[in-house]
Design a protein around this ligand. Sequence first.
Ligand SMILES: O=C(O)CCC(=O)C(=O)O
Ligand SMILES: [Fe+2]
Length: 353
Amino acid sequence: MTDYLRSDVDEHSHIGVGKKGKVDTVTEIPGSFGKIPVVDLSNMGSPSIEERKAVAKAICDACTKVGFFYIKNHGVPQELVDGAFVEARRFFHELSEDQKMELVNSKNPNFYGYAPIRTDPMRSARHMKHLFESVNFGYEPQFDDAAVGTEDNGASFWPKEEDLPDFKKNLGKYYRSVIDLSRNLLRMFALGLDLDEDFFNQFYKRPATLLKMNHYPKSIPINGGGAKEAGIEAHTDLQGFTILAQEDVKSLEVLLKDGQWVDAEPVRGAFVVNIGDSIAMWTNDLFKSTLHRVVNREGRARYSIPFCFGPDFDAVMETLPSCATADRPAKYKTITAGEYHRMRLNLIYPKDD
Ligand SMILES: O=C(O)CCC(=O)C(=O)O
Ligand SMILES: [Fe+2]
């Protein structure tokens, strides 16, 4: 059993915690779709259980075969999506470098905040190259219509109101709307896995949400000359699932069967959803956490807004009964989402950073 530190593109692997408690990889190759499926969510809130089940089945097919899918008719108004991109541009371009560095994530106990572009050749090989700039904000009950408590998941670094007026208020509208959509998707996952429709929501009372904004410039100058394409190396996401908003610049690529990288082209009005490692482990890899990467070859800047939705830190992720059989015994150790999260953050942000 290898003590893997990072997903390995050649093995189609994601990071899980094996029965012996070691970080291990899973080598299953994503299933039989040749492309990323599109799921229409129009009937997700239908009073008819049969109609809801049909949506749940389409989602679960996509999760078991690809781990990536588009959703349309998802209920998040386009003006909120467009508004969130306005705020992303304001953040990256209206704040000075110093103002952004005041919010740097290495100063935050939960690594919330700003992550600058890193081209330092001396960075240890254990780090992912960070050829983009990004910022993220954690869970706050004020953004959650279904909040049961008043505590956040650790304070985020928000820009000062005088530096970027109304930024938090404006982004908060989008935050609220994607949390709501995420809770509805959890119902579909549960239905599709033959669980009580509300099964997952009991583990998402103070969820590990992360609203991220990424900026991939059109190219990145390298010290000493030359330029590189902006992007993110092949990786899997760590949380339950991610809802990604993109504009019209194509750059996201997903690894499908036979080792083919396919573009997850932007589709106006649709989000891209992908399963993260936590739900993959919880479902005993029935749901696939699929490798993806970003390479901005388009010659213009790209912005994206991923929203990650992970279970409560104290949620105990024990292999779901409908996901283990005699032929397919449970592979993973029962672990709390928080323990797993912490383990992954320690890999992403090693102490020598
Ligand atoms: O920007 C994108 O399209 C995807 C970003 C991503 O994979 C991530 O932030 O984990
Ligand atoms: Fe990702």
